[in-house]
Write a protein that binds this ligand. Structure first.
Ligand SMILES: Cc1cc2nc3c(=O)[nH]c(=O)nc-3n(C[C@H](O)[C@H](O)[C@H](O)COP(=O)(O)OP(=O)(O)OC[C@H]3O[C@@H](n4cnc5c(N)ncnc54)[C@H](O)[C@@H]3O)c2cc1C
Length: 391
């Protein structure tokens, strides 16, 4: 797979990007490859990823390909044969074959590998990465202020500082930030025989029991990432280390897996974010800061990547920035909103009691229309990304 040659650069345009996560790194790399001078600010002392795996679908893969780092990102990827939903006792509710001939492509990698591939794309395109640099203020005129008192001016400021973005809030762009009442810990364990039944060892498996969920995701040849999800107030289930006995009582079939779990210092809350507008003056907001979604489709990162690439494509023409930012939002937002809404609705299934939910999931599992809609929401490649990939 080859890197796409950069189009003719706009003369002397400078962008400042806040946030060294999936969205910020993608935006920085894509802008730099289009001739922008780019400086990226990360508040931590290094650009780094949370230790867990991540699902990548067609949209994220297309963006990585366009940035020239697809092979680097997926060299150790896992291609599961199916996505399964099971009851707490292990009964199969939904089975979606993937990665075969004519089937949807979805693969999993470790997050460190994704971040390091995106960082490589950025630095090799000339992005200056500044760590230990916390942005504290921004104006629509393109002025950033930092915690050390310094300031910078840019033709474009990209805000990609995550779901809790204070810069976004200071611009008055937030329409809704909705906590979804569920918390999640992510833990990585070495892959080994006996973790799950041999026949399922390569599959992606979600067990559901009451309002607790357990997700098994092989993410490389050697690692599997496990997500534990429960309601916010489920104190018996939340703890560091993972309360093994409690989770084993809920998911007895997954005892071998649960017994491998150790420290779980972070229990993140799922949230949904909607903005009145994705931009204000010279400032564009993207990734979780603009469109955080619950992770039921594994698409928050994919949406961040396609929104970031779409932005770089949109602002690299000759038109005025205001028109370009409006066109970017018009192009990218409908599909990202569709994905967000679909993911939210899938999440609401969690509120149903186990028995009616099992009946509903079995019925939905047999419905081709549901499978199609779910995979379209999780797998679609929108216009902006397609344009970039073709250019
Ligand atoms: C349990 C779970 C599972 C998920 N699984 C998937 C999946 O399988 N596939 C998928 O595509 N997505 C998944 N997601 C979603 C995905 O992780 C996010 O959508 C994605 O990480 C968002 O990237 P981002 O760059 O917008 O924000 P973040 O990853 O939050 O990055 C923001 C960065 O900005 C930095 N920062 C913050 N404030 C400042 C500041 N003031 N100055 C400078 N730097 C700052 C932070 O340190 C951080 O590095 C999952 C999410 C969860 C919670």
């Amino acid at each position: 797979m080859s890197a796409t040659p950069s189009p003719a650069p706009p003369i002397g345009r400078h962008a400042e990007v806040v946030g060294g996560g999936i969205g910020g790194l993608t935006a920085a790399a894509a802008l730099a490859r289009r001739g922008w001078s780019v400086r990226l600010h990360e508040r931590n002392e290094a650009v780094r990823a949370l230790g867990s795996g991540i699902y990548l679908w067609s949209n994220g893969l297309a963006v990585l390909d366009e940035l020239g780092v697809l092979d680097r990102a997926i060299s150790d990827a896992h291609y599961g044969p199916s996505i399964q939903t099971r009851t707490g006792r292990g009964d199969l509710l939904v089975h979606v074959p993937v990665n075969g001939e004519g089937q949807v492509k979805v693969l999993t990698i470790m997050r460190e590998r994704l971040i390091s591939a995106l960082l490589h794309a950025a630095t090799s395109a000339g992005v200056e990465v500044v760590c230990d640099s916390t942005a504290t203020g921004v104006t629509p005129s393109g002025r950033l202020t930092f915690a050390d008192g310094s300031t910078s001016e840019a033709d474009l400021v990209v805000i990609a500082d995550g779901v809790g973005s204070r810069l976004r809030d200071s611009l008055g762009l937030l329409r809704r930030r909705r906590p979804l009442g569920q918390r999640c810990a992510r833990v990585v364990v070495p892959r080994q025989p006996g973790l799950v039944p041999d026949a399922d060892a390569d599959s992606y498996i979600e067990w559901m029991s009451g309002r607790r969920f357990l997700l098994y995701t092989p993410s490389s040849k050697t690692d599997a990432y496990i997500a534990l999800v429960c309601p916010r107030g489920d104190d018996a289930a939340i703890g560091d280390p993972v309360p093994i006995e409690e989770w084993t009582k809920t998911f007895p079939q997954a005892r071998n897996l649960i017994e491998q779990l150790g420290p779980a210092p972070r229990w993140d809350e799922f949230e949904q974010v909607e903005l009145t507008s994705w931009s204000a003056g010279k400032v564009a907001v993207l990734g979780d800061a603009a469109h955080a979604q619950p992770p039921y489709l594994g698409q928050g990162g994919g949406c961040a990547m396609m929104s970031a690439l779409g932005l770089a494509v949109a602002v690299s023409g000759d038109e005025d920035l205001a028109g370009q930012l409006a066109a970017w939002e018009q192009t990218e937002r409908p599909l990202i909103s569709h994905t967000q809404r679909f993911s939210f609705r899938v999440g609401r299934l969690n509120d149903l009691p186990s028995f009616p939910r099992a009946l509903l999931l079995r019925a939905l599992g047999r419905s081709r229309a549901f499978a199609h809609a779910r995979l379209r929401a999780a797998n679609a490649v929108p216009t902006g990304t397609r344009a970039a990939v073709r250019s």
